[in-house]
Design a binder for this molecule. Sequence first.
Ligand SMILES: [Zn+2]
Length: 245
Amino acid sequence: MSNLNNIRDILEQIHSLQIQLNELNESLRRAPLVLKAQEGNIQKQLANLNRINETYQKLRSEAKQKESEVTANDQALDKRRTQLQESKSNKEYQALQLQIKADEAARSVLMDEALEIIEKADQYAHNVPDAETELKKVREIYEATKKKFAEDKPEIEAKITLFKQLLEKEEAKLPRDFSEIYKRLVHNVGGNEALAVVENQKYCGGCNHQIPINSLAQILQKKPITCSSCARLLYLPKDFVFDKG
Ligand SMILES: [Zn+2]
């Protein structure tokens, strides 16, 4: 049984290394994609801040415009009140009185409008610092992620080199009949999907397909057996107990 245990151990070790290598390669592959997505977030928040700033400035200039309309109206009123005091005829006096009444009514409307728009601008104002905070946040996340990826990269690459060396050593230990099938699978489906452990005494760990009892018996007899559903080369777990059913 020692040879079988040997093959089992080798396959298990190879599988573990392939899974780890796959994860390491995946994290290297994902890093630029993650950064790109976060850059997109920054652009989005920047555009949002610009839009909010524009709206706020527009409200402020509208408020200013209304205020200057009120001032102009007040100046016109002052002028007419002076004219009223200096009026020479009854007719002129009455005309000016009417004009002043109309200007006072207009002033009241203008003041209401001015107050409304000033209030609107004041209520809107908090959107600016909120959007600035949001932008700052996504920028910080991006910088932290970038820094972490840069720090992790050499470590990941060193691990990949080491695991590849360990993998080569293990692969060299495989008997020829196993090696041929394994190499073909690595070539066709990739190292990560070349192997599967038998789970719960009878299921392929790769696709959950039920392994026939005679296949399990053949694995125990040191034969290279692949899953008939997903083609992964199967090996038994250390604690496997053969149950003839
Ligand atoms: Zn399978």
